[in-house]
Design a protein around this ligand. Structure first.
Ligand SMILES: Nc1ncnc2c1ncn2[C@@H]1O[C@H](COP(=O)(O)OP(=O)(O)O)[C@@H](O)[C@H]1O
Ligand SMILES: [Mg+2]
Length: 441
């Protein structure tokens, strides 16, 4: 998602995080425990034998500046331990965490405090709002530690409240707010310091589904305004797929797969990941553009003709419909042999293709979730054209494609297809020498 943003709309103030072979063992004999992991013993066995608990084992990956990086896994898989090592709330047993190249393990206590105040904010699932403090005071809480004066704190807090849609609530008390709104205050508190890194540990997990989806959208919207590096912990794959640019999946302290949501859905690394992926609502994750197939396309340069050659072309080929593009691949309309015949009835001269466009064939936006296609598809007379934001034709979605998409455990969406060159309509066809059925060079 962050790749598709138009440039210039977003301020980027983000940092890269490298997690360099990081281990965390809880217990006083970590080396012994690590050795047993290397020998292949399970986390449970090691705990029973040694009393040492493997929190994180050899995590190694990079979080790029400005992306939402989701860490997923079952409860106890090490997510919280991992994220707490990113601001050194927990120190790794081995390995390094680099924030913009800086090894945070080497920071002096003072630099570490500065990092936590200025650069990294954390949002928890249940951060306690102070009941006796107003929403504004709760939001500003912590800013005084950053050395900000009262006026500055208030200004920052008001701005943060505005960002999360709570303008006007500053004077209220937490118990006057719904659970969702309280979570917004938590987010506002994290945003008030204007951090370049946000660590969110199951921040939305306690919210009910509708509010949760709302908060996810909120987060994506905030990313459009000012892009931060967000490390988002979740145990919900739908959530991960929706907001994550990259997702890491953890199991028993180990990172078993890192990839884009797409990569993980298409090629789960093992059975554990496959089990996760099976439950995913693929129709919410994949977009029309992901499942669009190539179709029979024609180009007509001349607006005043085209119906006759297109009709002959369709009759000569095996195709029912032709998707008409401009020479710049902008989608124009769909014709069928039936619509062409009807348009040509009682007409002797050349006739423009636009007179034969099927009128109840709406275009589908490339970024429309597959889940939203069922309505338009149910009444569609033909496979519907998928069109990018700038009007380019990307292919078609048919009812069959849609049914096939639904009919599987894991959704291995077809890999992108080779683009088919549109056929240049030759007004003289079939009498001209060139054969329009061959793709134009
Ligand atoms: N302070 C601690 N002392 C001992 N073991 C811990 C401690 N914190 C976490 N663990 C263990 O580390 C593992 C990972 O825990 P955690 O990171 O909280 O998982 P998650 O956030 O994925 O649910 C668990 O087995 C947990 O029991
Ligand atoms: Mg946790």
């Amino acid at each position: 998602m962050f790749n598709s943003l138009p440039s210039g709309t977003t301020t980027i103030m983000a940092k890269q995080i490298i997690i360099d072979h990081v281990f965390k063992v809880f217990g006083d004999a970590p080396e012994q425990a690590l050795e047993l992991v290397r020998q292949g013993l399970s986390k449970q066995d090691i705990l029973e034998r040694t009393g040492q608990s493997i929190g994180v084992f050899d995590a190694h990956f990079t979080i790029e500046p400005g992306e939402i990086f989701v860490v997923m896994g079952l409860s106890g898989s090490g997510k919280s331990t991992l994220v707490r090592m990113l601001n050194r709330l927990i120190r790794p047993t081995a390995g390094r965490v680099l924030v913009d190249g800086q090894d945070i393990g080497k920071l002096s206590p003072r630099d570490l405090r500065a990092l936590r105040r200025k650069d990294i904010s954390m949002v928890f699932q249940s951060f306690a709002l102070m009941p006796h403090m107003t929403v504004l005071e709760n939001t500003a809480f912590g800013l005084d530690l950053a050395g900000m004066d009262k006026a500055g704190r208030e200004k920052a807090a008001l701005e943060a409240l505005e960002q999360v849609g709570l303008t006007g609530w500053g004077a209220s008390y937490p118990d006057e707010l719904s659970g969702g709104m309280q979570q917004r205050v938590g987010l506002a508190r994290a945003l008030a310091a204007d951090p370049s890194i946000l660590l969110m540990d199951e921040a939305f997990s306690a919210l009910d589904p509708i509010i949760r989806t709302e908060m996810q959208s909120e987060l994506l919207r905030l990313q459009q305004i000012k892009r931060r590096t967000i490390v988002f912990i979740s145990h919900d794959l739908d959530e991960a797929m929706r907001i994550g640019d990259h997702v890491a999946i953890m199991k028993d302290g180990q990172v078993v797969q890192v990839g884009t949501p797409d990569e993980i859905l298409r090629a789960p690394a093992d059975d554990y990941v496959r089990d996760f992926v099976r439950g995913v609502d693929a129709a919410a994750v994949f977009k029309a553009g992901d499942i669009a197939r190539q179709a029979f396309t024609v180009v007509s340069e001349r607006v005043d003709q085209g119906c006759r050659p297109a009709l002959r072309l369709l009759e000569d080929s095996d195709h029912e419909y032709a998707y008409v593009l401009s020479s710049r691949k902008q989608f124009q309309g769909v014709v069928s042999s039936q619509s062409l015949r009807r348009a040509l009835q009682g007409h002797n001269g050349p006739l423009g293709l636009q007179h034969a466009f099927i009128d109840n064939a709406p275009t589908l936006a490339a970024d429309a979730p597959v889940a939203d296609l069922f309505g338009p598809m149910s009444s569609a007379p033909c496979p519907l054209p998928v069109v990018s934001e700038d009007g380019k034709f990307l292919g078609v979605v048919s009812r069959t494609t849609l049914m096939k998409f639904l009919d599987r455990d894991t959704p291995p969406v077809p890999p992108p297809q080779a683009e088919r060159e549109p056929i240049q309509l030759n007004p003289q066809y079939p009498h001209a020498t060139s054969n329009p059925v061959a793709p134009a060079a």
